[in-house]
Design a protein around this ligand. Structure first.
Ligand code: ZN
Ligand code: ZN
Length: 350
């Protein structure tokens, strides 16, 4: 806060509020001064907030929590201004917060932060967080093992998604970390093909991209399996994606730029003549949110540090033919990277 030139901080993004205070409810704002922190929420969360929040005083309010939080900050001695994260603030919200302040404070008191302070803290996971994320990734892999035994030609993509999501709940997931992707046959060429009523073919790729939420933390994995016997060009495309994925994982290390990791994977696909078919970034950070910094993309100069968790997920997508993606979660360590997703990656033929 000192470095950002603010003496107060108004935190409203739920993942940030949770990270700092432990509060898991959906409606809250956290006000932080140099001396104290106070969590504002509404009456629905009275009991929950008392249980979850120990490091901040809790105040139950009847109006919008963030308005109360901004008012509280403005009334604290020694607070000249309060930073907020413009990424997570709508124009309407900011207007409402300002309207709640004394008129002489409306112009300058609330300051948009250039870098998100809490998001920066969240980038590096501590041992406790890594333990949870390891468990979440393991649960994802268990689900993959289960679903491989369920997949057969003729059932619908939604049947696969439903079975996966049902098992996730049964095995302890709080929910899915994003809408489950089940894309079969030609539909596997859609990088984000959500499960439809389409029936699994006798012959073709099937891409499964899914994740669970465990104790608030997200997992994310992709495997592409084959129904029947792959043709030679399909097998060689799979081998190229696998080689790119392994190169990406290998490149992960402390001090390495995100762009260099992207290039490690992308270079392999370029060599294989598939550069055009790889139409997205190599990966992304994951944690309390399914997509968080850093982005593992071309030209990204920010560097990896021990404790960051990123995905490595190159893919190729050939419209009208097929698509393939392989994705693991990798934690950056002092000596390189450790894959959290234990599922095998050699092509599974069903
Ligand atoms: Zn994914
Ligand atoms: Zn992902």
């Amino acid at each position: 806060m000192h470095g950002a030139g603010v003496s107060g901080l108004l935190v409203t993004h739920p993942a940030d509020v949770r990270y700092l205070s432990g509060f898991t409810g959906s409606s809250a704002a956290l006000a932080v001064s140099r001396r104290a922190a106070r969590l504002f929420t509404d009456g629905r969360y009275r009991t929950q907030a008392a249980e979850e929040v120990t490091a901040a005083k809790v105040e139950i309010v009847s109006g919008p929590p963030a308005v109360a939080a901004a008012q509280w900050l403005s009334a604290q001695p020694g607070i000249e201004n309060a930073g907020f994260d413009p990424q997570w603030t709508t124009v309407a919200e900011l207007a409402r917060w300002k309207a709640g302040l004394a008129s002489k404070l409306r112009r300058r008191f609330l300051v948009p932060l250039e870098t998100s302070l809490v998001e920066t803290l969240r980038l590096v996971k501590d041992e406790e967080e890594l333990g949870i994320m390891r468990e979440a990734a393991l649960l994802g892999s268990k689900l993959f093992d289960h679903i491989v035994g369920f997949i057969r030609p003729g059932i619908r993509e939604v049947d696969v998604a439903a079975e996966l999501e049902h098992q996730a709940r049964v095995l302890g997931a709080e929910g899915m970390s994003f809408e489950t992707i089940v894309a079969s046959g030609e539909r596997s060429a859609l990088p984000h093909g959500r499960a439809t009523g389409a029936r699994l073919p006798r012959r073709g790729f099937l891409t499964l991209d899914f994740g669970v939420i465990l104790k608030g933390y997200c997992s994310d994995m992709t495997r592409t399996v084959y129904l029947g016997k792959p043709k030679r060009n399909e097998r060689s495309a799979y081998e190229a994606v696998l080689e790119a994925q392994l190169a990406g994982v290998d490149a992960v290390g402390s001090g390495v730029s995100c762009g260099a990791v992207d290039e490690a994977a992308r270079g392999v696909l370029r060599q294989a003549g598939l550069a055009e078919a790889f139409s997205h970034s190599t990966g992304h950070g994951v944690g309390l949110e399914i997509h968080e910094p850093p982005r593992i993309g071309a030209g990204q100069t920010n560097t990896l540090h021990p404790g960051m968790v990123v995905t490595i997920e190159p893919g190729v997508y050939l419209a009208g033919q097929f698509g393939i993606r392989i994705e693991d979660m990798v934690v950056v360590t002092r000596t390189g990277g450790e894959v959290l997703t234990p599922s095998p990656k050699a092509l599974i033929e069903l």
